[in-house]
Design a protein around this ligand. Structure first.
Ligand SMILES: C[S@@+](CC[C@H](N)C(=O)[O-])C[C@H]1O[C@@H](n2cnc3c(N)ncnc32)[C@H](O)[C@@H]1O
Length: 242
């Protein structure tokens, strides 16, 4: 995957994203709405608007950043998608004007930043755009290196009569990067959907927050706000100004 860049994931997956990920926990939008209060919200990696559109419909002014024109085109084609201001570019720089009471990166999107340096830079830029009392929300998985046997993992995510979907991954524990392909096999042939991430444990994210002058307000296991424990495989972390 020599030419993987910030837009690669979205450009390849845009056509199937909404079919594969037609899921949204019913408590996501009410929680984000509560955190936004009377202010504006900014989604990092807004994609096709899976979260942004219902959040906008709940009455919050939503803005977005995304690297993929193909993902933003899908957002634009949906009802309400024309009215959300979207900046095309890398969200590490948070290149938008003004302040937001809520900035959020859900669905593990924060890990799309492939170096620790870019992740730290993103926290710092988020802090610059967060209003007093504002919240920065990250939804991500807790790394589980036990999934990898000698640095590799292959899983069947779908096995149907006419289609098989495999998730094939390699782990580099030094850079904390996982390089994956979703491989879709049909009678017609194979299609590849590449994705690369840099994972971080919650404690590393908390340290990045501190470097940016932020601190952890809440950490939940899910949108029902279940307590985060040693058994939690996901987390929703809410940061505010220290
Ligand atoms: C997993 S999708 C999530 C989309 C949406 N937030 C959702 O929850 O459905 C990740 C999105 O982040 C975008 N993205 C990935 N890396 C990015 C980067 N460095 N800068 C801006 N957007 C990026 C992708 O194009 C894609 O739209």
């Amino acid at each position: 995957m020599a030419t993987y860049t910030a837009e690669t994931y979205g450009e390849r997956i845009a056509g199937t994203y909404d079919d594969w990920y037609d899921i949204l926990d019913e408590d996501t939008v009410p929680t984000l709405r509560e955190l936004a209060g009377d202010g504006r919200a900014l989604e990092l990696g807004i994609g096709t608007g899976r979260v942004a559109l219902p959040l906008q419909q709940s009455g919050v002014e939503v803005h977005g950043i995304d690297a993929s024109q193909a993902m933003v085109d899908r957002l634009r084609a949906k009802p309400g998608g024309q009215t959300i201001p979207v900046t095309l570019g890398d969200f590490a720089g948070v290149a938008v004007d003004g302040e937001f009471s809520l900035i959020f990166a859900l669905f593990t999107t924060f890990f799309s930043l492939l170096t620790q340096e870019d992740q730290v830079r993103c926290f710092q830029n988020v802090a610059r755009h967060l209003s007093a009392g504002g919240a920065f929300v990250i939804e991500a998985f807790v790394p589980d290196l036990a999934r990898y046997d000698r640095g590799q993992d292959v899983r069947a995510s779908h096995v149907g009569t006419d289609e098989v979907r495999l998730a094939v991954s390699q782990l580099d524990p030094v850079s904390q990067q996982i390089t994956s392909q979703q491989v879709v096999l049909t009678e017609e042939g194979a299609r590849l959907y590449p994705v690369k991430i840099r994972y971080a444990w919650p404690s590393e994210l908390d340290l990045m927050a501190r470097l940016a002058g932020l601190e952890l307000r809440y950490r939940w296991e899910n949108w029902q706000r279940a307590p985060f424990t040693a058994q939690s495989s996901t987390h929703i972390s809410v940061y505010g100004r220290a």
